[in-house]
Design a protein around this ligand. Structure first.
Ligand SMILES: Cc1cc2nc3c(=O)[nH]c(=O)nc-3n(C[C@H](O)[C@H](O)[C@H](O)COP(=O)(O)O)c2cc1C
Length: 355
C-alpha cells in the first residue's frame, strides 16, 4: 500500500487536494470535531444535516448548525428538506454567508422522522422531485458555490434506482455525488455495494465520492482501486479517532501509522471539550438551559465513548456518563480512565485493574 497516491478531485470550481471527506453525522460532526479531523489530515468536511425549513424561518437553534470553529476548509454544508422552494431559499441564505465551499443536498437520511416527511431518503422515492430540488438549489446559489448531493443506492433491496436518481441530479446541475452504497431500509448495517458504486461512477460525468464499508485507512485505497471513485467519504470509523486521517496520510507516504500516545488522547479530548465550550458560548441563554459548560460536556459524551472504548477503566466511566457534571469533574474521570491503560497494554503508573 506504500506510496499510494490519491488524485485531487474537482467539484465545480472547488479543488479538493486530498479527496477524503469526513461524512456528515448528526450529533457528531460539529465544528469542534470537524476542525480536529482537518488538523489530522482529512481532506474536506461537511456539517451535520441542517433543516432547510429551520433556515427559512431563521430558527436560532438551526442557525447554530452553521457555526464553525476556526478556519475550517474545505467545508461543505448539508441541508435537508423536500419542498423545492424552501430548499432554494435556504440555499440562497447559505450562499450569502460566504463561509462554505460547497452545498450538499441530503437525499439519504433513513431516520423515520425525516424520511416519512419525504425528506432525506424519502426523496429517493420521488426521483423527479430530487432532481427538481437540485435544479432550484443550483439556480438559487447562482454559481456562488458548487452544489452536490448525498444519496444511497435505493430505498430498499427491491427498489434500487440509483442509476435513475443520479442521472437526474447530474442533469439538474449537481457537481458531485456522494454515494452511500447501502439501501435506506438497512440504515447503516450490512455490507455496502461497491460494485454498484463502481457502476454509478462509470455512468456519471461528475465526480462520484464513495461511502460505506470503509473501516481501516487501507480501505480508502481499496475502494478507489476497486470502484474508480474520485474520492472517499468516511463516517463511523473516525469517531473518537481523528488520527485515522493521519494514519491514512502515513500509509500513503509509506510510513508506519502511529497509535496516538495516551498523552495525545488526553490532550485531544481536552481540546475537543474546549472547542465545544467555545461553540456553546456563542449560543443564547434561551437555547442553553444548562449553560455553556454543562451543555458542552453533554455534547462531548458520545465522543468520549469512542475515544475511551479501548481503555480498561472505560466501563466505570460509561456508567456515570448520564450524570450532568462540570468540565473539571468530567476531565478528572477521563484521566482516571486513561491511567488505567489500554486493554492490550500495561496500565500507566501501575494503576488499573488486570484483565
Ligand atoms: C450517528 C450518525 C449520524 C449521521 N448523520 C448524517 C447526516 O446528518 N447526514 C447524512 O447525509 N448522513 C448522515 N449519516 C450517514 C453517514 O454520513 C454515512 O453515510 C454512513 O455512516 C455510512 O458511512 P460509514 O460506514 O463510513 O459510517 C449519519 C450516520 C451516523 C452513524
Amino acid at each position: 500500500m506504500s506510496g499510494f497516491r490519491l488524485q485531487p478531485v474537482q467539484i465545480g470550481p472547488l479543488r479538493v487536494e486530498w479527496p477524503t471527506f469526513l461524512a456528515p453525522m448528526a450529533g457528531y460532526t460539529d465544528g469542534a470535531f470537524r476542525s480536529l479531523c482537518l488538523e489530522q489530515g482529512c481532506g474536506a468536511v461537511v456539517t451535520e444535516m441542517v433543516s432547510a425549513q429551520g433556515l427559512v424561518r431563521d430558527h436560532e437553534r438551526t442557525g447554530h448548525y452553521l457555526d464553525t470553529w476556526g478556519d475550517e476548509h474545505p467545508l461543505g454544508v448539508q441541508i435537508y428538506g423536500s419542498e423545492p422552494g424552501a430548499m432554494a431559499t435556504a440555499a440562497a441564505k447559505i450562499a450569502a454567508l460566504k463561509k462554505f465551499d460547497f452545498l450538499d443536498v441530503n437525499a439519504g437520511c433513513p431516520m423515520p422522522k425525516i424520511r416519512n416527511r419525504g425528506d432525506g431518503a424519502g426523496l429517493m422515492r420521488d426521483p423527479a422531485k430530487m432532481a427538481e430540488i437540485v435544479r432550484q438549489v443550483v439556480a438559487a446559489v447562482a454559481g456562488a458555490l458548487p452544489v452536490t448531493l448525498k444519496t444511497r443506492i435505493g430505498w430498499c433491496a427491491d427498489t434500487i434506482n440509483v442509476m435513475e436518481t443520479t442521472a437526474g441530479v447530474e442533469a439538474a446541475g449537481a457537481q458531485a455525488i456522494f454515494l452511500h452504497g447501502r439501501v435506506a431500509s438497512v440504515r447503516h448495517s450490512g455490507p455496502a455495494d461497491w460494485d454498484l458504486i463502481a457502476e454509478v461512477k462509470r455512468a456519471r460525468k461528475v465526480p462520484v465520492i464513495g461511502n460505506g464499508g470503509v473501516k481501516a485507512p487501507e480501505d480508502v485505497f481499496r475502494m478507489v482501486a476497486e470502484t474508480g471513485v474520485d474520492g472517499v467519504m468516511v463516517g463511523r470509523a473516525v469517531l473518537g479517532d481523528p488520527w485515522w486521517f493521519r494514519d491514512l496520510r502515513d500509509l500513503a507516504a509509506g510510513r508506519e501509522p502511529r497509535m496516538p500516545a495516551v498523552d495525545e488522547v488526553r490532550a485531544t479530548i481536552r481540546e475537543h471539550l474546549r472547542r465545544e465550550m467555545d461553540l456553546m458560548a456563542r449560543r443564547g441563554k434561551r437555547e442553553l438551559k444548562l449553560g455553556a459548560e454543562l451543555t458542552a460536556c453533554l455534547v462531548l459524551r458520545p465522543h468520549l465513548v469512542r475515544y475511551l472504548r479501548g481503555f480498561r477503566g472505560f466501563g466505570a466511566l460509561a456508567r456515570t456518563l448520564e450524570e450532568r457534571v462540570d468540565a473539571a469533574t468530567l476531565l478528572g474521570r477521563v484521566d482516571e480512565v486513561l491511567a488505567s491503560g489500554r486493554k492490550c497494554e500495561a496500565p500507566e503508573n501501575g494503576q488499573g485493574s488486570a484483565s
